[in-house]
Design a protein around this ligand. Structure first.
Ligand SMILES: NC(=O)c1ccc[n+]([C@@H]2O[C@H](COP(=O)([O-])OP(=O)(O)OC[C@H]3O[C@@H](n4cnc5c(N)ncnc54)[C@H](O)[C@@H]3O)[C@@H](O)[C@H]2O)c1
Length: 432
């Protein structure tokens, strides 16, 4: 039997407020409108709000056309946090980075919670979507919504629901099952009914803490398995065996094996960071997270290993790293996105630069301006490629012309197995 408030979210045409209109919040707001609801998107960056109101989407997963349609159909974009008062439910999608000492930086979540405290009212649902340590929803959101006397589960409902979107991937916000955990069974039920109106499937769990930890488990699982395969790749190289051939062979087993592939390190806003939320919380409980620590050790050393492999290939050609022109191909942290946050490619290129190489970078997706912001010489898609002693392929964007690269540059180190996947064979291409 649904409570009255759960029935409201299941049956009425409610309005959802979204705080933070980035990779997570913008697709969520647009998906709400696509499903016939109204949405108020609030971002504290006036520049971002102006851009969005012109129908220009800075996020790959929302096209300009989809944004414009949503704006016409009930999406309001604002930099005025008081507009959130017109929402029945508020979804917090602000950044949750790590601080200088790898501790969770909760300042964005705290300031979003303050914004909620200013507008929270009878019957509201508040759901946190930002990735964080287990306990954050109870520690930060519950006190914020209770500040002016509202009682959780009677007047206001609080939950955590992790966002699992993977920018650039085929599955979008509305298609990915949503884990939902309230701070109590009543809040879980209200939040689950609300999310059922927005996404195809909802998986309720017994607490916000379980939902918070589920997200961290997912990304720790990836970090640990990537660490394992990165270690295996180094061993396979020592043994003169192709790790790519080994993984493809192991992956023919119909059960019990999931293929992970090596690379120049881990990057992006999630895999390098999320396990650290768990490690930090574990430390408070005096618990050692050995898998997390080991995976981090292996993964953070991969840029150094990759730079060393570039040096070995140059050595075979009788060239030093010092003074040699090296072409870095791809600085995004993963293919087909313009996001270069925490990108391992940048670490590799910085290491080669430290060793005296002259670095130029080709990344048609990230673009020349951003490459120059990092202090690298940008190379545009049609520019000549002669003069580089080696190209190191760090991000395998689909638009890259692999044939041209291997034809025009004498040596290529492919850190992503791109040539193998494209079934292209060149004698001058080596895989990591
Ligand atoms: N990007 C991903 O692939 C991804 C996937 C799953 C989960 N997440 C998690 O989702 C959360 C958001 O990540 P993102 O990639 O969307 O971030 P983002 O940097 O793309 O966007 C965040 C937006 O929030 C705005 N903002 C910051 N503080 C604010 C405040 N107090 N009030 C209003 N607006 C504010 C910023 O201006 C920015 O536009 C993070 O916790 C992240 O770990 C991200």
């Amino acid at each position: 039997m649904l409570t009255e408030r759960a029935r409201f979210f299941a049956e009425e045409d409610w309005t959802g407020g979204v705080i933070g209109l980035g990779y997570v919040g913008l697709p969520l707001a647009v998906t709400m409108v696509d499903n016939g609801l109204k949405a108020i998107g609030y971002d504290r960056s006036q520049a971002r709000v102006d851009l969005l109101n012109q129908g220009i989407s800075p996020v790959e997963d929302v096209s300009d056309e989809e944004l414009t349609t949503a704006l016409a159909n009930g999406l309001e974009i604002t930099a005025d946090e008081s507009r959130l008062a017109a929402s029945d439910a508020i979804f917090i999608c602000v950044p949750s980075p790590l601080g200088r000492n790898r501790e969770p930086d909760l300042s964005y979540i705290r300031s979003a919670a303050d914004a909620v405290a200013g507008v929270v009212q009878q019957g509201m649902l508040v759901s946190l979507e930002s990735t964080t340590y287990p306990g954050t929803t109870e520690d930060i959101l519950v006190p914020a919504v209770s500040r002016n006397g509202l009682i959780v589960d009677e007047d206001v409902f609080v939950a955590f629901s992790p966002e699992r979107v993977s920018p650039g991937a085929e599955m979008k916000t509305g298609d990915i099952p949503k884990v939902v955990g309230g701070v109590s069974p009543v809040s879980t039920a209200v939040a689950a009914e609300a999310y059922k109106r927005v996404v195809a499937s909802v998986h309720p769990v017994s607490s916000a803490r379980a939902a918070e930890m589920a997200k961290l488990l997912e990304n720790t699982y990836r970090a640990v398995n990537i660490g394992l395969i990165n270690e295996m790749a180094q061993l396979a190289h020592e043994l003169d065996i192709s790790i790519w051939e080994v993984v493809d062979a192991a992956a023919t087993k119909p059960f019990g094996f999931q293929a992970f592939y090596p690379g120049p390190g881990v990057g992006g806003h999630c895999i390098p960071l999320d396990p650290q939320f768990l490690a930090w919380r574990a430390k408070e409980a005096n618990f050692a997270t050995r898998f997390i620590d080991l995976a981090e050790q292996v993964n953070t050393k991969m840029p150094l290993y990759t730079a060393t492999r570039v040096g070995d290939l140059l050595n075979e050609a009788g060239l030093p790293i010092y003074g040699t022109k090296i072409l870095g191909v791809g600085i995004a942290y993963k293919p087909d996105v313009a996001d270069d946050r925490e990108s391992a490619s940048i670490e590799v290129l910085r290491e080669l630069e430290r060793r005296g190489a002259e670095i130029a970078v080709l990344d048609p997706v990230v673009g020349a301006d951003r490459i120059a912001e990092h202090g690298f010489a940008p190379v545009r898609a049609g520019d000549p490629l002669e003069g580089y002693a080696i190209a190191v392929l760090l991000t395998d964007h689909a638009v890259l012309d692999l044939k041209r690269l291997a034809t025009e540059v004498p040596v290529v180190l492919d850190t992503r197995g791109a040539y193998r996947r494209a079934t292209l064979e060149f004698d001058n291409v080596t895989v990591l």
